[in-house]
Design a protein around this ligand. Structure first.
Ligand code: RP5
Length: 166
């Protein structure tokens, strides 16, 4: 995995146990050649570091933060409260409630501090990264072309699925 010295996207998570899910976001960013960093920044276990990360994000040039957490998943919302950089929240599947707790924790933000919230688990992580790509592509023609080509490949793949049916 590439960790960039000048990342445009931060991929952060509450625990290394979230990486299994969040690496799907990192994989997409790598595929599109987007400079990113991946870090554990726990809202509950390292709140001071989390605030410092959020406060420094804009100045460091981050254009989006993809934040994944499970259970009482306060990380995306608390980051969003401390930075103007758009936060894309990924609910990680939790052991006891399968991520419904994470989803509700992330999606139910009070009016005024938005977190764009994605699906529970790997689909959400991948889609959050694709959403970050789309945001960056608004000002990058090359990236727009890559995104269009990605969708064409996806359609071709889906078109080919019928041949595997009996
Ligand atoms: C959350 O608690 C993390 O985001 C993780 O999903 C969950 C469990 O963390 P570990 O106990 O596996 O470190 O803060």
């Amino acid at each position: 995995m590439q960790q960039s010295a000048s990342p445009l996207v931060g991929v952060v998570m509450g625990s290394s146990s979230d990486w299994e899910t969040m690496k799907h976001a990192a994989d997409i960013l790598s595929e599109f050649g987007i400079a990113f960093e991946a870090k554990v920044v726990s809202a509950h276990r390292m709140p001071d570091e989390m605030f410092r990360y959020a406060e420094a994000a804009e100045g460091r040039g981050l254009r989006a933060i993809i934040a994944g957490a499970g259970g009482a998943a306060h990380l995306p919302g608390m980051l969003a409260a401390k930075t103007p950089v758009p936060v894309l929240g990924v609910p990680v599947a939790s052991r006891h409630l399968q991520g419904v707790d994470s989803l509700h924790s992330i999606v139910q933000m009070p009016k005024g501090i938005p977190v764009a919230t994605f699906a529970i688990g790997t689909a959400g992580a991948g889609n959050a990264a694709l959403f970050a790509v789309a945001m960056l592509a608004a000002h990058d023609e090359g990236l727009r072309a890559k995104l269009a080509a990605y969708r064409v490949r996806q359609t071709e793949h889906a078109n080919g699925m019928s041949k595997d049916l009996v």
